[in-house]
Design a protein around this ligand. Structure first.
Ligand code: ADP
Ligand code: MG
Length: 720
């Protein structure tokens, strides 16, 4: 047995095990043998590995079986690892004054493949003996339509080198900067081996014994060993299962506890009565019959608001499903109960539009409302601030401007945030500080959140879903066109305009390349002017770099149907509601993400006319891009689109996760793990039902670990 293992066993026996372990796994990574300050800072920067524990959680992303020997003829995939046995020949040097590259051929009985080196060239030149056998291990890459190996691992052949029977080796994520400092996958594997020898005996168990037994989970320390150094596939699978279970377990524990503590708080504003405003609106002023789904959601929310605990609810409804009217009715409920309400939108255009439409719907009711955005003039701000502070102003609609400290309420009871994905948790939390008791929160989003994400990232929120569109809507027809079909597009647009319809033409605007994007927009606008000359046609333009009032002016031209075509950047992505617009042309459509495209498409199809979405792209498309276009053409179902989006981008990239402020999953896979997550959630709920504070002896270690992991008291009183 390794000496350090013996020492640690002895130490572990002397000290409290929990204590011992805490110290070891929290050791700074630079103190691990083979790391040191320089490599530590690289590990910090590149992989956010700061401690022994962090490195222990850097799991292989795949495994290779070193007992498997391939042949050159078998090589058929880019970025896949192969192990070959063969000879090295034909070595060639390239470069003017000095060698910058060496190539050679690696040959076995089935064929030859090129090897390439860019570094360590002096050594490579003398490394290989002609005729001798070598074992090559490396990732195949494609260069000019040929497979080759760049910097493969090559060792002198000996029979022991190729193990008999399964022999799995972990492959670790590493970056260019890491490789430059001797921290490639192989070296990481070595460091982790060193680490395991040092800490394995002291890795604490954190799940209750009973759970381990009931769920047939392997011990934690074994799982860490097996995931890095698997004995065989079965052991590896068991390790993965155990570690996933643990990860979801604490995730769910955290979310369920948040939810429970909120329910316990009982300090929400109580909206008990259904008062005059609500009644009058419902009986006489509703502009249309509510859909069943809208009614259901209003009931759910009313139930929450009357319960006495603070509501934190996510209202999900596809674009055009009619979330605004739901918001309005809830606002009336707040006002009827003597509270103020705030309604926040992500853009000025949208805030403006909400203001206009709410004001219109409320014109028969004595409700004071105002609009506050970044461009609200100082002389209008003063009365708004004082109205909110003295309580005479009941409803404020606006942008981020609403969360500024200057905005103080007399009695804020309800906050509605529209198009949630633009706001982070942090911004939501700022409303809490505006009154003594946190207001009820209703977060509305059209971005469908897949079930697994909902259960992990938003598991502390309650959910309502509007799963029905207002009657009479026809699904938008989506068509993907290429440059050669532009003439067809133009005649189609003219036909639509002749029928009285209006058209959006949208250009991508991505921050990093704003200048270029504006050029696209400008060129597009000019060519549209040629194809749709005045005075027969009128075109307006809206983009992010215009002044708010100019934007508003152009928007109004379109709303009032004084312009046939609106050329815009993605400022119109969310919420804009113009029923007569029936065609959405998206230029460079492949530069948008799926959910963004779905949002944009949602701007049309709001009236009863057949609407169209035209996706324009180049012929050349990435395979991702092609898949995105095909998905949109195939389906209008936001959930299906969200699922493809999650698959293409990975959960870390979807908007929901990035802003959720939750820890990332280390081993869990939201795309594949729905079943496990559901199962673990039930396990955790049962555990808490039986022992709400985890006080039983067997549950104590779980509680301790939880408190440390989330830096939270188990019994917290306040949540953020
Ligand atoms: P979103 O959920 O995307 O915010 P909106 O609230 O903007 O959707 O509603 C989209 C359009 O549908 C609006 O023009 C709205 O007036 C209309 N609408 C909403 N609910 C209904 C309904 N129950 N019946 C008919 N039209 C409705
Ligand atoms: Mg909306």
């Amino acid at each position: 047995m390794h000496t350090s293992v013996v020492i640690h066993r002895i130490l572990a026996a002397i000290y409290l095990p929990g204590q011992m372990v805490k110290d070891l796994l929290e050791n700074k990574i630079e103190f691990l043998k083979g790391v040191g300050p320089k490599r530590a800072s690289i590990l910090n920067k590149e992989l956010r590995i700061f401690s022994f524990g962090d490195l222990l959680h850097h799991f292989p992303f795949r495994y290779v079986d070193k007992s498997r020997v391939h042949t050159v003829a078998e090589i058929n995939s880019d970025q896949v690892y192969y192990q070959l046995i063969g000879r090295v020949s034909d070595m060639r040097s390239f470069g003017e004054q000095r060698t910058t590259r060496i190539t050679a051929q690696f040959t076995d009985a089935t064929g030859s493949i090129e090897l390439v080196w860019f570094k360590g060239l002096k050594w490579i030149k003398t490394r290989f003996v002609p005729g001798q056998q070598y074992v090559l291990f490396g990732k195949a890459s494609v260069f000019k339509n040929h497979f080759n190996f760049v910097h493969p691992d090559i060792e002198d052949y000996s029979p022991q080198l190729v193990p008999v029977g399964e022999s799995l080796e972990g492959v670790y994520t590493s970056t260019e900067a890491m490789k430059n400092h001797g921290l490639g996958s192989k070296q990481l594997a070595k460091l982790i081996k060193t680490l395991l020898i040092q800490v394995e005996q002291t890795i604490p168990e954190v799940l209750p014994e009973k759970t381990l037994f009931d769920q047939k989970l392997m011990p934690r320390a074994t799982a860490f060993h097996q995931i890095h150094l698997p004995t065989n596939t079965q052991q590896l699978d068991a390790a993965v299962r155990r570690l996933k279970f643990e990860e979801y377990f604490f995730f769910q524990l955290n979310l369920i506890l948040r939810k429970k503590s909120r329910q316990r708080l009982q300090n929400g504003a109580k909206f008990e009565k259904v008062g005059a405003h609500f009644h009058r609106f419902y009986k006489h002023l509703l502009p249309f019959e509510l859909t069943g789904a809208q009614k259901k959601v209003i009931r759910e929310i009313r139930h929450d608001l009357g319960s006495g605990y603070q509501m934190n609810r996510l209202l999900q409804g596809d674009v055009g499903s009619g979330k605004t009217i739901v918001a309005l009715m809830i606002i009336l409920l707040a006002i009827d109960n003597g509270y103020q309400a705030a309604f926040m939108a992500p853009t000025e255009i949208l805030a403006n539009q909400h203001y206009q439409s709410l004001r219109e719907m409320l014109k028969e009711l004595p409700v004071e409302l105002a609009l506050l955005t970044g461009s609200t003039k100082a002389r209008y701000r003063k009365p708004i601030f004082s109205g909110l502070a003295d309580g005479s102003l009941k409803l404020i609609i606006g942008t981020h401007a609403l969360i500024e400290d200057k905005v103080q309420f007399k009695k804020l009871g309800l906050t509605i945030i529209d198009e949630q994905h633009r706001f982070g948790v942090e911004q939501r939390a700022r409303f809490w500080k505006k009154t003594e008791n946190p207001p009820h929160m209703l977060v509305m989003t059209a971005t469908p959140i897949p079930r697994t994400l909902a259960m992990t990232q938003y598991g502390d929120l309650d959910f309502s879903v509007i799963n029905e569109l207002p009657p009479g809507r026809k699904p938008v027809k989506t068509i993907h066109l290429f440059p050669s079909q532009r003439l067809r597009l133009i005649s189609f647009m003219k036909k639509q305009i002749a029928e009285g319809r209006q058209i959006y033409v949208v250009y991508p605007l991505i921050k990093e390349s704003e200048k270029l994007d504006l050029i696209y927009l400008q060129e597009g606008y000019e060519s549209l002017l040629r194809d749709f000359p005045e005075p027969d046609y009128r075109i307006c333009v809206v983009h992010g770099q215009m002044k708010a009032e100019d934007k508003e002016f152009e928007m109004q031209r379109f709303i009032k149907a004084q312009a046939h075509i609106m050329v815009a950047t993605t400022v119109i992505e969310v919420g804009v509601n113009i029923a007569n617009a029936s065609v959405m042309v998206i230029e460079h459509a492949d530069r948008f993400g799926l959910s963004q495209l779905h949002q944009l498409r949602g701007r049309v199809g709001r009236g009863s006319d057949q609407s169209f979405c035209i996706l324009m792209t180049d012929y050349k498309l990435s395979s991702d891009g092609r898949k995105r276009m095909a998905t949109l053409v195939r389906t209008n179902d936001g959930f299906e689109i969200a699922a493809v989006d999650l698959e293409l981008r990975g959960p870390g990239e979807t908007q929901g996760t990035r802003q959720s402020g939750q820890a990332e999953l280390k081993i869990g896979d939201l795309i594949k793990d729905e079943k496990i997550i559901l199962h673990v959630r039930r396990v955790v709920e049962n555990l808490l039902d039986a022992d709400p504070k985890l006080e039983q002896a067997d549950n104590k270690r779980t509680r301790n670990f939880f408190e440390k992991k989330f830096h939270q008291q188990f019994d917290w009183g306040q949540i953020g």
